[in-house]
Design a protein. Sequence first.
Lengths: 270, 253
Amino acid sequence: MIEILHYEFMRNALFAAVLVGIVCGIVGAFVVMKKIVFISGGISHAAFGGIGLGYLLNINPVLTAIPFSLLSALAIGILSKKTKISEDSAIGILWSVGMALGILFISLSPGYAPDLFGYLFGSILTVPISDIIIMLVLDIIIIVTVLLLYKELHALSFDEEFSMIVGVPTQTLYLILLCLVALSIIVLIRVVGIILVIALLTIPATIAKQFTSNLKKLIALSMITAVVLTVIGLWLSYVFDLPSGAAIVLLLALVFIISTGIRKFLIPKV
Amino acid sequence: MKKDTIVKLENVYFAYTNVSVLEDINITIKQNDFLGIIGPNGGGKTTILRIILGLLEPDKGKVYVFDTSAKKARQHIGYLPQHITFDFDFPISVSEVVLMGRLGKRGIGRKYTKTDISVCMAALEKVGMQQYRNNEIGKLSQGQRQRVFIARALSTEPKLLLLDEPVSSVDTQWQQTFYELLHDLNKEMTIVLVTHDISVVSTYIDKIACLNKRLYYHGSKKEGMHKISEMYEYPVQLITHAPAHNSVGDNDK
């Protein structure tokens, strides 16, 4: 186990797993509590347009995906709050339009698209150091924002109307939350891919929610769950030569099933 | 607007996409009023509260709250909605819920102060829920939750308290205590209470507004009681409660 850390790609992968876990713990907790799982799914698929744009312009697709996913987060938020279009429909529109744009951009770019599969389904073993740096910066932005807005985000998730009455700018705050989701999706894209992102934003927080009813503990517990399971998933994918994204998601699902059983039959909430 | 006028609605009309809910509403609420808004289901009682809060914009007419727009006046209003839907396993404790009332007084990135905490504890004590402060809100009974939400409305230290069916799910024993509490609070703040419970009106409330799309009556309760029957379109039997301190049998012994 230790000797595989001599490889640079393995150290990068491990570092990526930790960065991913931190984001999943923090943002995943709010995604699950505020019930915006499918909005997050919509944003992540829409981000594919940004990946395609990266191929077309011949720059790092992770970079072009950032404005794309931020814009789609804002678009879903504004369409559903300011117009009569339901949130559901806004998600459906952004989801498919983003994917369609991505496919169009890739078909327009010269040559074939290397690593495309990696962006769709994740390949943690090929994360270059440049992407690790982007992930680190995004992690820091997310952590600082949540630290500043913690009590407001907690209140918003619990009772949006009351928060608004007491003077919290709830619409702006909601858009900020969606932007945090958009940024965390960028952090996750390299590891599990656009299609599987939603698993890491929901499963660790859902596992943690079964064992605690305190938000801070929930965030901590889902962070630990995400880091540990991503690292184990990574190791499994290395040893058995499995696609890393799929290995991590299936491991998460397995632990989710086991923890639900444990919760039901053995342990009370802390 | 006169100095002691807290809320003034002038010719207010409101419709939810073609379904008219309020028509030509004129109402004035003065400082330290204890106003009961009475009326049948669908009569627009909750809608009026939401207009005062600026959560709904009237289609026509003017709304003044504390001499300014409804949205700006919100910070002086404590509100108890009729229904609060949330996930029962939402990770939040009773004291965290009540602290929400202090959010507007603390800026972003600031922690709650000792004052905030003591105001919230006092509010919990008023509704008799202080021993549950560390409990998870979803694990409480419906009546207990309602008391916590009343404490949350009080923790904003409001000048105007809007209560939408506040006793719909609490037990009768606590109802009495609750109305006594409102009676005390009324010395410091204006209270507007939406209710179906006409018996309450006779004992505790000094002004009533009878609402069924239009305002049938607005004024002191004495002249207003027969208007209630007219509005409901059947005779309403008025149950007169004795004042609370007399009604507890044990005290008479």
